[in-house]
Design a protein around this ligand. Structure first.
Ligand SMILES: C[S@@+](CC[C@H](N)C(=O)[O-])C[C@H]1O[C@@H](n2cnc3c(N)ncnc32)[C@H](O)[C@@H]1O
Length: 236
C-alpha cells in the first residue's frame, strides 16, 4: 500500500540529509513542501532540490502560516493533509519534507495528528533529520551536554516566569523561535547575568550561517526566523 513519509531534511546543507532521506526523496512520485505564506519559497524544498527530478516527480507546495496562536489555522493543515491523502489513495507514495527533524517543533506534527485520527489505515513512516539544534551547537562550538549536565529546549516565546526558572535550573538552554522576542529574552539574560555565555545562531548548516556572541549588537534588529539562542553555563 502507498504510504506517507515525513522526511526530516536537516538544517540546510544538503550533505546533512540522511542517506535514507535522500533515497526516499529520489524515489517517491509526490513531494509535499511547506511554505510560510503565498509567494514564499519553501526552505525545505530548496534544501532537497538537488535530489529531485521535476520531470518525473510532482512537487506540491502548501501554506503553513507561522503564528504562535494556532486558532483559525486548522483549514491549512486539513487542506495539506487531504491533498496528500488523495495521492496516497491513488496508490502514490507522498513525502512531506520538513526542516530539521520531523518530531521537533515541526509543521509535520499538525498533519500527523490528522493522519492518525482520520486515516489510521494509511502507513506513516517518519525519517529523522539532523536538527537545527545540533547544527547550531556545532556552529557555535558549544557542546550541548557532557556527563550529568542537563539540557532544556523550549520556544523563546515561553511565558517569562517559566523561562526565567528554566534558565536558572538547567546547564544548557536552547531557545527556539527567538527572532520576534529577542529583546525581551536579552533583557532577562542580562538580569540573570547570563548574557556572556550565549550564542545566537541563524541559518545554521547553510552558506548564510551566522554566529553572534555579542548579544548587544543584535538589540532592536529585525532577526531571521531561522535563528536560535544557546545559553551554556558550563565550559565543557
Ligand atoms: C518550526 S521550528 C522547526 C525545528 C526543526 N524541526 C528542527 O529540528 O530544527 C523552527 C525553528 O527552528 C529553528 N531553526 C530551524 N532551522 C534553523 C537553522 N538552520 N538555524 C538556526 N535555527 C533554526 C529556529 O529557532 C526556528 O524558529
Amino acid at each position: 500500500m502507498a504510504r506517507i513519509y515525513a522526511v526530516g531534511v536537516g538544517p540546510g546543507d544538503p550533505e546533512l540529509l540522511t542517506r535514507k532521506a535522500e533515497r526516499i526523496l529520489r524515489q517517491v512520485p509526490v513531494i509535499c513542501a511547506p511554505a510560510a505564506s503565498e509567494g514564499d519559497s519553501s526552505h525545505a524544498l530548496s534544501i532537497v532540490e538537488p535530489f529531485l527530478d521535476r520531470c518525473r516527480q510532482e512537487v506540491i507546495v502548501r501554506i503553513f502560516p507561522m503564528k504562535k496562536d494556532q486558532e483559525g489555522l486548522d483549514e491549512f493543515w486539513e487542506d495539506a493533509a487531504e491533498t496528500m491523502v488523495s495521492h496516497v489513495r491513488q496508490g502514490k507514495d507522498v513525502a512531506f519534507i520538513t526542516i530539521g527533524d520531523p518530531f521537533l517543533y515541526s509543521t509535520f506534527l499538525y498533519l500527523y495528528r490528522i493522519f492518525r485520527e482520520r486515516h489510521p489505515d494509511i502507513p506513516v513512516e517518519v525519517v529523522p533529520g539532523v536538527s537545527s539544534i545540533n547544527a547550531a551547537a556545532v556552529a557555535a562550538g558549544m557542546p550541548l551536554a557532557a556527563a550529568s549536565e542537563r539540557v532544556a529546549v523550549l520556544p523563546a516565546t515561553f511565558e517569562e516566569e517559566k523561562l526565567r526558572q528554566t534558565l536558572l535550573d538547567f546547564d544548557t538552554i536552547v531557545l527556539m523561535k527567538v527572532n520576534r522576542v529577542f529583546d525581551r529574552v536579552h533583557a532577562l539574560l542580562k538580569e540573570l547575568g547570563l548574557e556572556g555565555c550565549c550564542a545566537f545562531v541563524s541559518r545554521a548548516g547553510t552558506s548564510k550561517e551566522r554566529v553572534v556572541f555579542d548579544l548587544d549588537s543584535l538589540a532592536g534588529k529585525k532577526l531571521d526566523y531561522l535563528s536560535l539562542l544557546i545559553v551554556k553555563k558550563t565550559d565543557t
